[in-house]
Design a protein around this ligand. Structure first.
Ligand SMILES: Cc1cc2nc3c(=O)[nH]c(=O)nc-3n(C[C@H](O)[C@H](O)[C@H](O)COP(=O)(O)OP(=O)(O)OC[C@H]3O[C@@H](n4cnc5c(N)ncnc54)[C@H](O)[C@@H]3O)c2cc1C
Length: 472
């Protein structure tokens, strides 16, 4: 069966990969000249990579880890020490750590929290632990119910002291969805805490050993194309053409030499929710299923890359800046093999919340960030021989992952739509993970399964299916 997929982000590519495994023929159409969507990266004229986002993989990403195993590239993940490192705003240039010992969950997480005395005092830890009891006892159904509240409201409801939010959860909330705890749904934080506390290595982090485009997306493309699938760049889908019964007749693609209609047996949107909403054909807009999408909207975020004339830190890990301007950052010259440099730092930093910054010039954004770096690295910027910025790249994403404010869960659509030959995939669709790389990969897999279910294989098993554990 031919399946046309609009979008070569992780969801579209994962959907295509699993369709290949099920014996189908995907044709992936990507609007841009680069693979990966929100994990896309580019090489500048010096040969240095810059990325849409600083990306961290977690131990609690079973579908991503399985995908990497299946592609034979699991060794590309560079696993870091099992710890979480936070800057200390009151003592610039110092860090506070949550070190997870090598014992079973949830004890490793509990010990990590109990051992950290810089950020939380004992009564605060006890109050927070008591607040979490309903989530531990009642599980995911309770976590889903809490989507009514922002995380700030949930903390107040559970009588957790406000300092807990200020010390730990502003940083976590910005890292998870680029917004503050008074905006983010309690479900998002509680889901992450659940995964981190229930799985021994859930919060263990890894960095890819190079650019996601080359080291993660390209192997997916090789896998898809080696078995008859296609991935076409600079092939933007302009319109979903409909038959009289409202089903899809073809994708209209805007090509360099003129428009083209691509026909297939099934069609998938792997586009982000914002452009999808704009492209919905008129007859679909009245349907409740598609109307629910109106409740989802991408959140702005900015990713910065700053190259310096010297080494600012030796820390080989993600850092939670706890800066009002910035979210997480890492010295990629330490964390990523392909970006390694023993003498000079390349900081990759996420600026969030970014609503007030997205319209500003790159220069203004970099200057404000350098101001924050004086607090993060006083030894290199406060001195009379400050670190010199050699060059920078700023990547703005005005609408990134959907903004996970309260009551958004009910707007996340199933991968199967009311249109017989049309499916959705993407991190925003309903799956048990947050809008993340893991969520995107899982959604792609779920969509491929939905297609295979509705339209069972017509062409028989491929020669090498037996190696892939396909069960029919
Ligand atoms: C700054 C930043 C940091 C992040 N950090 C992390 C992290 O540390 N860990 C983590 O797990 N996740 C992280 N994420 C989230 C993660 O990147 C996304 O959740 C995931 O990559 C989304 O994949 P997707 O395939 O659902 O969507 P996308 O990646 O958005 O893919 C959609 C694709 O559709 C294409 N498209 C759009 N319109 C058309 C059209 N008309 N025709 C054809 N193609 C079209 C787009 O160009 C794009 O390639 C981060 C995201 C950002 C922005």
């Amino acid at each position: 069966m031919r399946v046309a997929i609009a979008g070569a982000g992780l969801a579209g590519l994962s959907c295509a990969k699993y369709l290949i495994d099920a014996g189908h023929t995907p044709i992936v159409l990507e609007r841009r000249e680069v693979l990966g969507g929100k994990v896309a990266a580019w090489k500048d004229s010096d040969g240095d990579w810059y990325e849409t986002g600083l990306h961290v993989f977690f131990g609690a990403y079973p579908n991503m880890l399985q995908l990497l195993q299946e592609l034979g590239i699991a060794d590309r993940l560079q696993w870091k020490e099992h710890t979480m490192i936070f800057n200390q705003p009151t003592a610039p240039g110092t860090y506070s750590r949550f070190d997870f010992p090598d014992i079973p969950a949830p004890w490793n997480g509990i010990v990590a929290i109990l051992r950290n005395n810089d950020m939380l005092k004992w009564p605060e830890k006890i109050r927070f632990g008591l607040g979490l009891i309903p989530a531990i006892l009642k599980g995911q159904s309770y976590v889903e119910e809490m989507d009514r509240y922002s995380f700030s409201e949930w903390l107040q409801k559970q009588k957790v002291p406000p300092r807990v939010e200020k010390e730990v959860f502003i940083a976590m909330s910005k890292a998870l969805n680029f917004i503050n705890p008074d905006e983010i749904s309690a479900t998002v934080l509680l889901t992450a805490l659940n995964r981190f506390l229930q799985e021994k290595n859930g919060s263990k982090m890894a960095f890819l050993d190079g650019s996601p485009t080359e080291r993660l997306c390209q192997p997916l493309v090789d896998y898809i194309t080696s078995d008859g699938g296609e991935v076409r760049l600079q092939a933007p889908v302009k319109e979903f053409l409909l038959d009289d019964d409202g089903s899809v007749r073809g994708f209209l693609i805007r090509g360099g030499t003129g428009d083209e209609v691509l026909t297939a047996d099934a069609y998938v949107s792997a586009m982000p929710v914002d452009p999808l909403k704009l492209m919905l054909p008129e007859p679909w807009r009245q349907m409740e299923y598609f109307q629910q999408l109106l409740g989802l909207e991408g959140v702005p975020v900015i990713n910065l890359h700053l190259w310096f004339d010297r080494k600012l830190t030796d820390i080989d890990h993600l850092l939670f800046s706890r800066s009002p301007l910035l979210s997480v950052y890492a010295d990629m010259s330490n964390t990523c093999r392909e970006y390694a440099n023993p003498d000079k730092s390349m900081l990759e930093l996420v600026l969030a919340p970014a609503a007030d910054w997205i319209g500003k010039s790159d220069r203004e954004i970099v200057e404000a960030t350098l101001g924050e770096l004086e607090k993060l690295f006083p030894q290199h910027f406060g001195s009379n021989r400050p670190a010199k910025l050699l060059k920078y790249h700023v990547v703005k994403t005005p609408r990134s992952v959907y903004k996970a404010t309260p009551e958004r869960q009910q707007h996340r659509p199933d991968q199967t739509t009311p249109i017989a030959n049309f499916y959705l995939t993407g991190d925003y669709t309903m799956q048990r993970y947050l809008a993340s790389m893991e969520g995107a990969v899982l959604s792609g897999k779920l969509t491929s399964e939905a297609i295979a279910l509705r339209a069972p294989l017509r062409c028989g098993l491929r020669a090498n299916d037996s190696n892939r554990g396909v069960s029919l």
